[in-house]
Design a protein around this ligand. Structure first.
Ligand SMILES: [Zn+2]
Length: 297
């Protein structure tokens, strides 16, 4: 409740053109308070839709590091970088910020990884009439470079990050994550941290789910769409669709035990909710949402 009031105040100050809307939302929050149902009532689902954005591609010569049981020794792979835009009423969440913008027209080959982007997030937003100032929240599954590359283009947005990942950034020597997200870590005004799950819009339509293990505070995203139904974005809990149902752990994950616990949670959610599952790095999951600029509703 306090967090929602805080967010409303931040947005109220930041964008005067939304004063009436923000005040209305604040009034609704105050009026309903703790009485608000945690699950949207049938037929009264929040006005929510989502888009899949193109955030790059990586060709990896050796994917042995993706398994600590040597399941991928001698294999290579091409993976994609998915970012997602979610609208709830007149508020927007950008989920993950992809590869860096300087890769546009400038493919990078380093250490057997070839990384490229064809278009920036900002350019894709402009195609549907949005600018970075319209994005209320930037949520990131974790702080690795292929998920935060374009974050600084959204420095006016509130960054949503697990407390464990934020602490990791603060307590380790400044690196790429600190540099790409300096706008938030030099001042905590627009940084919202949470210990476990986080209800982004306060109506259960979009929930950041604690799925630690890849990083200390790695997260997945559950989006409940009115027509499509639940959509579950895996972050990097899995890198390939074939891993679902397996118990594979990448060698660079920060905790094997946490990863296995997160896989167990994921499998429980999958069983209970029957969501559309999107492995964010999986090219074969590209077609699970309509092609941009179409949205899933
Ligand atoms: Zn990744």
């Amino acid at each position: 409740m306090l967090n929602m009031l805080y967010q409303s105040c931040v947005h109220f100050m930041r964008r005067t053109q939304r004063v009436l809307s923000a005040a209305h939302q604040l009034a609704v929050v105050i009026a309903l308070g703790a009485l608000a149902s945690p699950t949207p009532a049938a037929g009264n689902a929040p006005d929510t839709e989502m888009w899949r954005l193109d955030c790059g591609e990586m060709i990896i010569e050796d994917i042995s590091y993706f398994s600590d049981t040597h399941a991928y020794d001698g294999q290579s792979a091409t993976i994609i970088n998915g970012c997602y835009l979610v609208r709830n009423g007149d508020r927007y969440l950008l989920w993950d910020a992809g590869l860096p913008p300087e890769l546009l027209g400038n493919t990078e080959a380093e250490g057997g990884w070839t990384s490229s982007i064809k278009v920036t997030i900002v350019d894709q937003l402009s195609a549907i009439g949005l600018s970075p100032e319209d994005i209320d929240f930037l949520g990131v599954s974790h702080f690795h470079g292929d998920h935060i590359g374009q974050a600084s283009d959204f420095r006016q947005s509130t960054l949503l990050m697990s407390r464990a990942d934020a602490s990791w950034i603060r307590n380790n020597p400044p690196g790429n994550a600190r540099r790409r997200m300096s706008a938030w870590f030099e001042s905590d005004v627009l940084l919202t941290e949470f210990a476990r799950d986080h209800d982004v819009f306060g109506d259960s339509s979009v929930t950041i789910l604690a799925m630690p293990g890849h990083t200390p505070g790695h997260s997945a995203l559950l989006v409940r769409l009115p027509k499509t139904g639940p959509v579950l974005l895996t972050g990097d809990l899995y890198h390939f669709r074939k891993e679902i149902g397996q118990r594979n752990v990448s060698r660079w994950n920060t905790s094997r035990a946490d990863t296995l616990a997160s896989i167990e949670r994921f499998e429980g959610l999958q069983e209970a909710m029957k969501p559309t599952v999107i492995v964010q790095h999986e090219p074969d999951d590209f077609g699970k949402l309509p092609p941009f600029p179409q949205s899933a509703k």
